[in-house]
Design a protein around this ligand. Structure first.
Ligand SMILES: NC(=O)c1ccc[n+]([C@@H]2O[C@H](COP(=O)([O-])OP(=O)(O)OC[C@H]3O[C@@H](n4cnc5c(N)ncnc54)[C@H](OP(=O)(O)O)[C@@H]3O)[C@@H](O)[C@H]2O)c1
Length: 172
């Protein structure tokens, strides 16, 4: 397999945010505030994509556990400067499957945002990453519904022993 030359550099979070056009907040929910609010001064007009899922395991099943703002993406929105374009996406995409270069992904990538251009750029990225099918799922205010699909999916996968589960919308 031919590998394309990668352009990868290491830097601290503040430097990476300041230089980026698109920031992906791929951190556990408990660190969302530190990569948004604490770094507020380094954000300007970036597109910020949140795949973050606030959830807990209550001893019996996974449960959506959103902050007072309604969702992780809405919390990020409240902590970031006005000019930043927040997108909520990729919550139902399995990280292990993403890392397997050979694997064809069958799931859909649901995208919520108030910014049309940011939705289009996120959709393009989804297609580039793994030919995922990007689907618009509404404004950022709809992001709690998309985030809550992850604990639902984990419960279904666990109860039915499905590995690398995803969600695809069908048309019959
Ligand atoms: N895993 C999945 O399949 C999946 C699917 C959909 C959505 N998500 C969401 O994606 C997010 C990341 O999930 P994950 O499974 O990749 O979690 P993870 O492996 O526990 O953490 C991801 C990364 O977050 C970094 N991190 C931790 N604290 C940080 C901080 N204060 N500042 C900057 N980076 C920090 C860690 O860096 P270090 O390695 O340096 O500690 C780690 O590389 C979560 O919000 C999760 O809900 C995950």
């Amino acid at each position: 397999m031919q590998m394309e030359a990668a352009n990868v550099r290491g830097m601290d979070n503040a430097g990476a945010v300041a230089e980026a056009d698109v920031v992906v907040l791929c951190v556990p929910f408990e660190h969302l505030t530190s990569v948004t609010g604490d770094l507020r001064d380094f954000y300007q007009s970036q597109i910020v994509i949140s795949p973050v899922v606030p959830m807990i395991y209550n001893g019996r099943f996974f449960q959506f556990n959103p902050p007072a703002e309604g969702s992780a993406a809405m919390l990020a929105r409240s902590l970031l400067p006005e000019g930043v374009r927040v997108v909520s996406a990729f919550h139902t995409i399995c990280a292990a499957a993403l890392q397997d270069r050979e694997r064809v992904m069958k799931g859909d990538a649901f995208i919520c945002s108030d910014e049309a251009e940011a939705i289009d750029i996120t959709a393009e990225l989804a297609g580039e990453i793994k030919s995922l099918r990007p689907l618009k799922a509404g404004p950022l205010a709809a992001s709690p519904m998309v985030e809550s699909l992850t604990p639902f999916l984990l419960n279904v996968a666990r109860k039915n022993k499905i590995k690398n589960a995803g969600i695809a919308v069908i048309s019959s």
